[in-house]
Design a protein around this ligand. Structure first.
Ligand code: HEC
Length: 142
């Protein structure tokens, strides 16, 4: 085999491997998925607002928003809905755990922001996105 062709094949194999999706499939009923996706978009919006508030030095507001939208206070919003519409109970336990850990991390962040210590609040910012990244890298719905 000529070296250029061999190199091209190697590259192609690499690309195919990178495209392979190794995340665990965790399907849930349609209504639960709709609620999960809406909650996710709201979470991203909240995250963006929190970053803006921290950048503007509005730490108290950032903490309040983090608690309300991402923290433990935001858990169990679908509790009153039919079972099929509740995302949490349809998740594998390890996935559900990541979600709960994320809510707890956001509440921890909220407490730090409430102290109005700018250095500590900024240092705690990455804790807001850890659970997003861990869950998205591990699970998919389809
Ligand atoms: C417990 C797991 C879990 C956590 C934690 C999590 N997500 Fe998700 N998220 C998902 C899954 C599963 C999907 C759907 C992926 C798919 O399409 O297969 C999703 C989808 C999304 C979407 C796309 C919504 C749409 O309309 O399709 C956004 C935006 C998103 N997540 C943002 C976030 C942000 C921001 C965080 C952290 C604050 C976060 N997520 C935390 C599991 C999670």
């Amino acid at each position: 085999m000529k070296p250029p062709l061999f190199c091209a094949l190697l590259l192609l194999t690499g690309t195919l491997q990178a495209a392979e999706d190794t995340r665990q499939l965790a399907p849930m009923p349609g209504p639960a998925e709709t609620n999960l996706r809406a909650e996710m978009r709201a979470g991203l919006l909240a995250l963006n607002e929190i970053l803006g508030l921290v950048a503007a030095g509005k730490l108290k507001e950032a903490g309040e928003l983090a608690e309300k939208e991402l923290g433990v206070s935001a858990m169990g919003r679908h509790r009153g809905q039919p079972f099929d519409a509740r995302p949490g109970p349809h998740m594998p336990p390890a996935m559900h755990r990541i979600g709960i850990d994320g809510h707890q991390a956001a509440s921890d962040f909220a407490r730090i922001a409430a102290s109005a210590d700018r250095e500590k609040t900024i240092a705690a910012l990455p804790s807001l996105t850890t659970s997003c990244v861990v869950c998205h890298n591990s699970y998919r719905l389809r």
